[in-house]
Design a protein around this ligand. Structure first.
Ligand code: IPE
Ligand code: IPE
Ligand code: MG
Length: 250
């Protein structure tokens, strides 16, 4: 673990050819299977998953990671049973209510990406409060992807761009990837360097389709509730073994 930390610091300070690890994004998967393997109700898996989030946020502060994005609820997760959706929203409310003082004290800025449609009033006001209260914090930017779907994000960006063209503030020839990025939920974030998915599944499930263009992927065979700082350090070690070429000659 220490080795990772030192290596990470070194990489972040190096002027050489290594890419610093600025933004880690995690598809937190396997809560249901974790609970099933213990013959526990699904809720127990989600609750333990929320505890794992606390540990990983702290680990990212220790490891000097500047952006942590967590996929908490996808736009497709509304297809789940209503009881499970209520459990997940309930846990989110508890997290935001209980952790906000601590997150703020640790100088963590909280943000949300996703659609506000379908989210309850309570959740929306907790989100707004958390974003407003922590907006000047600098140590870590913790983003929760909630009611998030990348295809919807891309469609929305296209609609916003079309609107600008219609208003006459943008020429079609001036649409480029920078303009496009600026109209996504992640307009003011660097793209993720490392995308981790837990539980052994190897797919994006509609997460960051645009932003993942040159991300490194690490798939770990660990259910999210069992995820610890050591598991994160393994993924970071793997990241530093990769050679990011962006299409160029090494
Ligand atoms: C991840 O765990 C949590 C969410 C998707 C909200 P799952 O609930 O998807 O767990 P599995 O995939 O059924 O094990
Ligand atoms: C992806 O996990 C969404 C989140 C982690 C929030 P899912 O469990 O919903 O994805 P699929 O259904 O296995 O693709
Ligand atoms: Mg799953």
């Amino acid at each position: 673990m220490l080795l990772v930390k030192e290596e990470h610091r070194h990489a972040n300070n190096a002027e050489g050819d290594r890419d610093p690890l600025q933004h880690v994004a995690i598809i937190m998967d396997g809560n249901g299977r974790w609970a099933k393997s213990r013959r526990l109700p699904k809720f127990a898996g989600h609750k333990k998953g929320a505890d794992a989030v606390r540990g990983i946020v702290e680990a990212c502060c220790d490891l000097d990671i500047k952006y942590l994005t967590l996929y908490a609820f996808s736009s497709e997760n509304w297809k789940r049973p209503i009881e499970e959706i209520n459990d997940l929203m309930g846990l989110l409310k508890i997290y935001l209510t209980k952790e906000i003082d601590d997150l703020d004290a640790k100088d963590i800025r909280i943000s949300f990406i996703g659609s506000r449609d379908r989210l309850g009033k309570n959740i929306l006001s907790l989100i707004d409060e958390a974003e407003e209260r922590t907006k000047n914090n600098k140590t870590l930017r913790l983003t929760l992807a909630l009611n998030y779907g990348a295809q919807e994000e891309i469609v929305n960006a296209t609609r916003k761009i079309a609107e600008q063209v219609k208003q006459g503030s943008l020429e079609p020839d001036d649409i480029n990837s920078d303009v496009f990025s600026a109209n996504l939920y992640t307009a003011d974030f660097p793209e993720p360097d490392l995308i981790i998915r837990t539980s052994g599944e190897q797919r994006l499930s509609n997460f960051m389709l645009w932003q993942a263009a040159y991300a490194e992927f690490v798939f770990q065979d660990v259910y999210w509730p069992d995820y610890t700082k050591a598991t994160l350090c393994d993924a970071i070690d793997e990241y530093y073994k990769r050679d990011r070429r962006y299409g160029a000659r090494p």
